[in-house]
Each structure stands twice: as structure tokens, then as C-alpha cells.
Design a protein around this ligand. Structure first.
Ligand SMILES: [Zn+2]
Length: 363
């Protein structure tokens, strides 16, 4: 079974208002799920709008992350109060938690992304972390959300850093799916890979303009946020589980194992993983174009103010056995790194990361 997309998508300015009649037909007692204080105003608006529709609405926040502790707390709130849907309004962690909880309880999930940092509003997938943000596993859900509300007026309020992070994560779709899945003889997978190539090209053309430009009616901004929040999700939906992630996400998952005082966004870490994946392809698979791709990505990432080394993510890999820890987690049996079409050993990861961090290889 494959769930390609949310059942209904509202997009554009005031998509939230346009979605209200549909939402009120679907649910009488929703729980609004959020996390960070920064977006409380938007959730208050959502709450008041639903109250005005005479819905029995309540709200709850994740205390930590999309972690089992928070998930079980929120599940109990829903069961005790007989809520009949979850409206997940926030970033990727909130969307993933909302989808996962709704899937467990067999109630519909409505996703309302409040930034362009993620395509989690679209997909039938949740990533589970520890309370401290260490990646544990991803879980395939039975379906994509029932309704996705991609309201540009909400997304405009998000810090520009979230947009940069979303661009890096969406770019990874092409670099990961093309290396892992291009030999898979399945039309839909091939089409998903080609969509991710067009997505990459659009981001290379429009990404920096979107990041630096004025919001409002800036078409680069509009196309970029929809590329990150919608098209990236569509690629996952069409490609399904055969259209796989690879080293960029495997390295992201490993980097999250190191707990640091400053938290970095998913796409910010994936972007560094992407540069490292390309170095691995160059080193182990004789990919002659990898260096070109690194240079091209590096210029864009600098324009987007994105980190380009693990050190810039606040981690010194040469301290506290960090390099070993990252290499171990990257190469564990269930890691996506093994979807690469060439063998990767722990020593390869150690070598590529230490060279990269020491910048022995000039970019
Ligand atoms: Zn990702």
C-alpha cells in the first residue's frame, strides 16, 4: 500500500480560512498540537477560529521533541478528552508527532506547517527522537494526513533560517534518491527521481532569491516554500519506500546522537551530510561530478547562511570520541548509508569526515 498525498490540500494566502468548512465537517473535537512559544500566536488564532465554529477544541504542546515520552502524554490527553482528530500546527517535530499519534489512535490528522523547513506536513512518515533530540527510528504510517493546510501567511512569519533549512533538506531528495534508486525498474520511482531533479534546479535558481528577497508577492519565495513543503513531500509519496534516502540523512541521524547546547534544525544538519555524501561518492564511487556538485551547493549554502561543516553545528569531531560515535551510528546495520550502491565501512566515514573538518580537501 502506498499513500501518495494528503487527501485534501489547501495552499496559498489564507489557506487556513479556506480550510475551515472542510475541517468543521471532519472533526467536532480536535486537539491542537504545538511546541515552541514562537508560534503560540498562530496556534491561538487557530484555536479561536475553531472555537468560533463551535468546535470542542483543546490544545497541548510537546515538552521536548517527537519522543515517546511526549507521544504517550499527548495520547492520554486525547483519550481522556475524547478528541476525534489532531491538528498539528508547527515545525517538523510537531507534524511528525501529530501524524504518529493520530495513526496510533486511528483518528484523522490535519497538518498545518508553520514554516517551510520541512515536508512533514505531507508525508506518511514520522521520525522518532529521544527527549534530547537523538534520532531513534523512522516509522512508516498508514496514510498521509487527511488535510494539509499550507497557508503562506503563516509561513511568512517563520524565521528565514527555517527556509534555508527546508531548502537544504529538499535538495537532498535529488542527491539521495538518484544515487540509491536510479537503477530501480519502477516507473513511479523513476518519475519521483526526475521530479526531485526539477525541484533541485528550481531551488538552485530561486533559493537564494527567496531567502534574501522581500516576502509578500515574491514569486521566488512562493515557489521555494512550496518546493520545500509540498513538492519534496510529493517525491516521497510517489517514490514510496523504494525511493530511498542515503548518506546525507544517515549522517544527520548520527550527528544528532551528539548532544549539544545549541540545537540545529533538521535541514541544517542534512545539508552538511549532503556535502559529506558527495565526498564519499567521489572517494568510493569515482563520481567525477561530485566535486562540481559540492562547489555548486557550497555557494548556495553560504548565501543561505547554512552551516557547511560539523564544527559549525557546534561539534568538534576530534573531541570526546565524537568522530567514532558518528561513524558507528552512520554504519550501524539498519542505517540508510547501506542503500548506497557501494560498500561503506566505518573507516571511510572517519576518513571523509576528518578530511572534511580539517578542510584538507579544498572547496
Ligand atoms: Zn529530511
Amino acid at each position: 500500500m502506498q499513500s501518495i498525498s494528503p487527501e485534501t490540500i489547501f495552499r496559498g494566502n489564507y489557506a487556513w480560512e479556506k480550510s475551515l468548512p472542510k475541517i468543521t465537517r471532519l472533526t467536532k473535537s480536535p486537539l491542537i498540537l504545538g511546541r515552541c512559544n514562537y508560534t503560540n500566536n498562530l496556534r491561538n488564532k487557530i484555536f479561536i477560529d475553531l472555537k468560533n465554529q463551535n468546535l470542542n477544541v483543546n490544545y497541548a504542546n510537546l515538552q521536548f521533541d517527537c519522543c515517546y515520552e511526549d507521544i504517550s502524554l499527548i495520547k492520554n490527553i486525547i483519550l481522556e478528552n475524547n478528541h476525534d482528530s489532531v491538528i498539528a500546527a508547527g515545525g517538523g517535530k510537531v507534524l511528525d508527532a501529530g501524524k504518529y499519534i493520530a495513526d496510533c489512535l486511528n483518528i484523522p490528522c490535519i497538518t498545518v506547517p508553520l514554516s517551510a523547513a520541512t515536508c512533514a506536513g505531507w508525508t506518511a512518515l514520522s521520525n522518532i527522537y529521544t527527549k534530547d533530540g537523538q534520532f531513534i527510528r523512522d516509522v512508516a504510517l498508514r496514510s498521509c494526513p487527511k488535510i494539509l493546510v499550507y497557508d503562506h501567511t503563516f509561513i511568512k512569519t517563520a524565521p528565514s533560517r527555517t527556509l534555508a533549512s527546508g531548502i537544504a533538506d529538499a535538495l537532498a531528495k535529488w542527491y539521495e534518491s538518484s544515487v540509491t534508486s536510479s537503477t530501480i525498474d519502477d516507473g513511479l520511482v523513476q518519475q519521483a527521481i526526475q521530479i526531485s531533479r526539477v525541484l533541485r534546479d528550481q531551488l538552485l535558481i530561486d533559493g537564494a532569491k527567496a531567502f534574501k528577497g522581500k516576502l509578500g508577492n515574491n514569486p521566488s519565495w512562493r515557489n521555494t516554500i512550496e518546493a520545500c513543503g509540498l513538492t519534496a513531500g510529493l517525491v516521497g509519496g510517489i517514490g514510496g519506500e523504494k525511493c530511498r534516502t542515503a548518506a546525507a540523512h544517515a549522517i544527520h541521524n548520527a550527528i544528532t546522537q551528539i548532544i549539544t547546547p545549541n540545537k540545529f534544525l533538521h535541514g541544517e544538519i542534512v545539508g552538511v551530510g549532503l556535502l559529506l555524501q558527495l565526498r564519499l561518492e567521489e572517494m568510493k564511487n569515482n563520481n567525477k561530478l561530485a566535486d562540481q556538485s559540492i562547489k555548486q551547493l557550497f555557494v548556495l549554502m553560504k548565501e543561505l547562511n547554512l552551516p557547511t561543516t560539523i564544527a559549525q553545528l557546534g561539534i568538534n569531531v576530534f573531541q570526546d570520541n565524537n568522530l567514532e560515535k558518528i561513524a558507528d551510528f552512520t554504519c550501524r546495520d539498519e542505517s540508510e548509508i547501506h542503500f548506497l550502491p557501494f560498500e561503506i565501512h566505518k573507516q571511510d566515514i572517519i576518513e571523509v569526515i576528518s578530511n572534511f573538518e580539517l578542510q584538507k580537501i579544498k572547496i
